[in-house]
Write a protein that binds this ligand. Structure first.
Ligand code: GLU
Length: 420
């Protein structure tokens, strides 16, 4: 298993980042080994009947990295490229993210290798229901709480809740987060990740003396995270000059009208063909001058090839793992880029998931204003912690964020000791 994981490029990247931070913290060999490897790797087959009557078997995964600090928390992803190794890497990042934010969770991530863009709504529902039923022995509000991720949404969570609750014989709202408000989802959860990204960018602008009303941003990815980041940034007065998704990339020096683009995307399914901007090559878009560059799509899009060419002042990692370790080294050496590392930058989602879980356990509902204010307080605290640590220890923001998260997990593991 160890070998198989290390053969996966994304897992190798997460493991390399972990090793760097663990070296920095001088973790003991025992704690280091216990922190690094996932506790449970679950693989299942998910057979469903397609709309044409054929049976198709999909492959699904859930990795629960560690359960030492509470239930496992993390999203469920539907994407053709999902593999066990990728899910394990994403689960590992969730650990450090939850710990950095002070949330009482371990990291988890799940996925089904499928293309949600070509599945009908009924097929997606069947995959979700069957996947949840296969996961029944391994999940629960005190064990593992899933949430939306790439290719999944509030409806996916509603189906999961339905399967779990029907089997339990009563409504179990705390089984998932990111569900519809009507099913005791939290106000503010849908926009939480993008809102957090935009909020942290303004914190970084403050540190750099950039006025947000004169600033520009480029956003790669226009799903839940990218679109809410774009929306919030433009509400703050930032000009969003470049936006891309899988269908293409757009450019407008005067700023793209984000609300109009959202209407267009709702109608045609992607950014391509929007008449309020020129089209641009997606790779070229990434290297245009801007104040904030926001990769909000897949892993490893900032690479050895483009890291030296990007022209941003702030690199806000809205996606998980968007910068390869080689690119990371280049960015660190350049020292003209203020990095907001992924486990901090996109932590708004899981933080509001935590708020949702707390509300569910208490059978209570907070207002959107309460949620967003509490979110900003938590993000601000984590942001200050990371920037102070980096300054004091003369480390990169990435190492600072990872070290702060890993240290919390190491303390919990040390305190609990080794059983038996
Ligand atoms: N999928 C999101 C992430 O990667 C949210 C996870 C959650 O809310 O549990 O952080």
């Amino acid at each position: 298993m160890q070998k198989e994981l290390l053969e996966n490029d994304v897992f190798l990247m997460a493991a390399t980042q972990f090793d760097r931070a663990a070296d920095f913290l001088e973790l003991s060999q025992s704690v280091r080994e216990r922190c690094k490897w996932p506790k449970r790797l679950i693989s299942v087959t998910v057979p469903i009947q397609r709309d044409d009557g054929e049976t198709e078997v999909f492959f699904g995964y859930r990795v629960q990295h560690h359960l030492s600090r509470g239930p496992v928390k993390g999203g469920l992803r539907y994407h053709p490229g999902v593999t066990l190794g990728e899910v394990a890497a994403l689960a590992m990042w969730m650990n450090w993210k939850c710990a950095l934010m002070g949330l009482p969770f371990g990291g988890g991530k799940g996925g089904v290798a499928c293309d949600p863009r070509v599945l009908s709504i009924g097929e997606k529902e069947n995959i979700t229901r069957r996947y949840t039923s296969e996961m029944m022995p391994f999940i629960g509000p005190e064990v593992d709480v899933m949430a939306p991720d790439m290719g999944t949404d509030a409806q996916t969570m509603a189906w999961m809740l339905d399967v779990y609750s029907t089997n339990a014989g009563h409504l179990v709202p705390g089984i998932v987060t990111g569900k519809p408000v009507a099913l005791q989802g939290s106000e503010g959860r849908t926009q939480a990740t993008g809102h957090g990204v935009a909020f942290l960018i303004t914190r970084a602008f403050d540190k750099l003396g950039i006025n947000e009303c004169e600033a520009t941003a480029i956003i790669q990815g226009f799903g839940n995270v990218g679109s809410y980041a774009a929306r919030t940034l433009s509400r703050y007065g930032v000009k969003v000059t470049g936006i891309s998704d899988v269908t293409g990339a757009l450019w407008n020096d005067r700023g793209i009208d984000v609300e109009k683009l959202l209407t267009h995307v709702e109608r045609v399914g992607g950014v391509v063909g929007f008449d309020g901007a020129e089209s641009i090559d997606p790779d070229e878009m990434l290297i245009q001058p801007c104040d904030a560059l926001v990769p909000a799509a897949l892993e490893r899009v900032i690479t050895q090839t483009n890291a030296g060419k990007i022209q941003c002042k702030v690199l806000a990692e809205a996606a998980n793992g968007p910068t390869s370790p080689q690119a990371d080294t280049i960015i660190e050496e350049r020292s003209d880029i203020f990095l907001i590392p992924d486990i901090l930058c996109n932590a708004g989602g899981v933080t509001v998931s935590y708020f949702e879980w707390v509300q569910n356990l208490q059978r209570y509902q907070w207002t959107e204003q309460e949620v967003l204010t509490k979110l900003e307080t938590k993000l601000e605290t984590a942001f200050e912690k990371v920037t102070h640590f980096a300054k004091r220890e003369k480390s990169s923001h990435r190492v600072a964020a990872l070290a702060l998260g890993i240290k919390e997990v190491a303390i919990a593991k040390t305190a609990r000791g080794l059983y038996p």
